[in-house]
Design a protein around this ligand. Structure first.
Ligand SMILES: NC(=O)C1=CN([C@@H]2O[C@H](COP(=O)(O)OP(=O)(O)OC[C@H]3O[C@@H](n4cnc5c(N)ncnc54)[C@H](O)[C@@H]3O)[C@@H](O)[C@H]2O)C=CC1
Ligand SMILES: O=C([O-])CC(=O)C(=O)O
Length: 416
């Protein structure tokens, strides 16, 4: 299963009834062609291109015109993926499932994926929308994980957090959902699926999910800390008076919470160490660090709800970092499993660390980073918080009886 570029031996994708199939809007304007297997009554004239070195699509085969088209909400299936062998001029389908699909983040994200912004032009993508009861009504989404067997990416944007809910309650209630979904993934998903957990507390939710999915490599699970990296880059760019793209090598260490550590020691501006460009080291240690740590909460205070558009942008960045080679010398942050990490961080937790990818969906941890006392001390604090969260969900990870002794002064970004 999964996308060709991740697994060349992947099985042929097949289409389940609740999937919505999109062709990237950014297909070139070339000639029209019809697709084999498309019902005569609904045969869509879909733009497609055939490059000189590609195989021309053979003549259209028709199927029983009486058979009904698959329609879901306003979308009808017009591209029969069973004909995939015959449409060799097309890239292989990428399957993406989004859970919490009727929520704010997904509302931005789904259109980015469907437009071709994430996986590029000429790339067919199939979106599977998963959700709670509410989203079944809103989107005709699918509440079941059973048909996730052919996904390349699974994005969890679930939020059952209610007013006045304590952090420990959230860990438990949200954690139960992730335990359940981890089990479902374990039963049906491809071993190559890449899972990005967005719903908070995302590091520990990712841990619960991966612990309940032992058939899937723990390495394939990510907790989204890319939003924090983007926020850190933005603050550094503003301070240095440079464009955002001049800032590189920014690591967010640890938890997606107010203990996270935006690393200015290893970060660079225009290729130079940040500390050489930003001489105000007090600003780096105090203002910059706190601003990034508490940005989520500041936004909730101003806007009344958590960041959705910028989160969806950062999910796009996170996916693109896995499917395109990391630029030479640079890296990106992701919350990943700590087993085998070269930094001495306790194993068995999901911790944001610097990663590089060859663009094949996989990643390696970056070895050549430096530490000083300030960085080590901060990393120890966020590590302690994640270990406490882990103890708090031991009943959900199969590690015994939960003991919840969360440090009082640490919070989710939105908990200020
Ligand atoms: N990691 C990060 O950088 C960030 C994480 N977040 C987190 O992302 C999550 C989602 O945020 P929004 O989209 O703004 O929330 P939202 O409340 O707008 O949407 C969440 C969706 O999840 C659905 N849902 C609830 N329980 C479910 C279940 N058991 N199965 C499937 N779907 C379920 C709800 O019906 C809703 O449609 C929150 O937990 C939020 O704290 C938000 C911003 C940044
Ligand atoms: O707590 C929240 O939902 C908001 C959040 O993660 C962020 O903006 O970083």
């Amino acid at each position: 299963m999964a996308v060709t570029q991740f697994n060349p031996t992947s099985q042929k994708p097949h289409f389940r009834s609740s999937q919505l199939s999109f062709l990237s809007r950014s297909l070139p304007r070339h000639r029209h062609c019809a697709f084999p297997g498309v019902h005569r009554t609904q045969r869509a004239r879909i733009s497609c291109s055939v490059a000189p070195n590609e195989v021309q699509v053979p003549a259209v085969k028709t199927e029983d015109p009486k058979s009904k088209p698959d329609c879901y909400g306003v979308f009808c299936l017009t591209y029969d993926l069973r004909a995939e062998e015959e449409t060799r001029s097309w890239k292989k389908l990428i399957n993406i499932a989004v859970s919490g699909a009727a929520g704010m983040i997904a509302n931005h994200l789904l259109f980015k994926i469907a437009s071709g912004e994430v996986f590029g032009p000429n790339q067919p993508v199939a979106l599977k929308l998963l959700g709670s009861e509410r989203s079944i009504q809103a989107l005709e989404a699918n509440p079941s994980m059973n048909s996730l067997n052919s996904q390349n990416f699974l994005l969890f944007c679930i939020s059952p957090r209610g007013p006045g809910m304590e952090r420990a309650d959230l860990l438990d209630i949200n954690g139960q959902i992730y335990a359940e979904q981890g089990k479902a993934l374990n039963a049906v998903a491809s071993r190559n699926v890449k899972v990005i957990v967005v719903g908070n507390p995302c590091n520990t939710n990712a841990l619960i999910c991966l612990k309940n999915a032992p058939n899937i490599p723990a390495k394939n699970f990510h907790a989204l800390t890319r939003l924090d990296e983007n926020r850190a880059k933005c603050q550094l760019a503003l301070k240095a008076g440079v464009f955002y793209d001049k800032v590189s090598n920014v690591t967010i260490w640890g938890n997606h919470s107010t203990t996270q550590v935006p690393d200015f020691l290893n970060a660079r501006i225009d290729g130079l160490p940040v500390k050489e460009v930003v001489r105000d080291h007090k600003w780096l240690e105090e203002e910059f660090t706190e601003k990034v740590q508490k940005r989520g909460g500041a936004l909730i205070q101003k806007w009344g709800r958590s960041s959705a558009a910028s989160t969806s942008v950062s999910i796009v960045d996170a996916i693109r970092s896995l499917i395109t080679p990391t630029p030479e010398g640079d890296w990106f942050s992701s919350g990943v499993y700590t087993d085998g990490n070269p930094y001495g961080i306790t194993e068995g937790i999901v911790f944001s660390m610097p990663c590089r990818s060859k663009g094949d969906g996989d990643y390696e941890l970056v070895k050549d980073v430096i530490f000083d006392d300030y960085l080590r001390k901060r990393i120890a604090k966020t590590e302690a918080e994640l270990l406490a969260e882990k103890r708090c969900v031991a009943h959900l990870t199969g590690e015994g009886i939960a003991v919840c002794d969360l440090p009082g002064d640490t919070m989710l970004p939105g908990e200020m």
